[in-house]
Design a protein around this ligand. Structure first.
Ligand code: DHK
Length: 152
């Protein structure tokens, strides 16, 4: 069985759909999970959310050993957690930092991500549809990497 794609979500995203819908929309995290599983198709997918920094770091360590690719929405930890940044630095496969909102169009406190410098790509401002877009892109990147590693 091929290695899974991990989709990790940070604090307060468990309230998606009810949390400031004028900013984050009405799509729930359960809806987002369904969209990611549809985009993953036959690629296994681990979809998780935690409000705990420690839990997110432990999952990043696990993903470093188990995952073919990673989508992470660190939410507010994006701007505060060097510990999550350090864990992301150790992730050996393609990793996409994802934000539902365009953080660069928001208040200045949302402009400086600690994560963007240690990931493959950043997606921000596509709303909930950013998630399946990231999963689809990861699938393509993983397939390309596999093609490169298969001796001609
Ligand atoms: C989600 C949050 O919870 C905020 O703290 C971030 C991010 C933005 C998002 O757009 O998905 O700043």
């Amino acid at each position: 069985m091929s290695k899974p794609i991990y989709v990790l979500n940070g604090p307060n995203l468990n309230r998606l759909g009810r949390r400031e819908p004028e900013i984050y929309g009405h799509t729930t995290l359960a809806d987002v999970e369904k969209m990611c599983r549809a985009a993953a198709g036959d690629t296994p997918l681990e979809f998780r959310q935690s409000n705990s920094e420690t839990q997110l770091i432990d999952w990043l360590h696990e993903a470093s050993d188990e995952a073919a690719g990673l989508v992470i929405n660190p939410a507010a930890y994006t701007f505060t957690s060097m510990a999550i940044m350090d864990a992301l630095k150790m992730f050996p496969a393609p990793a996409i930092e994802l934000h539902i909102t365009n953080i660069h169009r928001r208040e200045p406190m949302y402009h400086k991500s600690l994560m963007s410098g240690v990931v493959t790509s950043v997606i921000a401002g596509l709303g909930a549809r950013g998630y399946p877009t990231a999963v689809q892109a990861l699938k393509e990147m993983i397939t390309e990497t596999q093609k490169e590693t298969v001796p001609a």
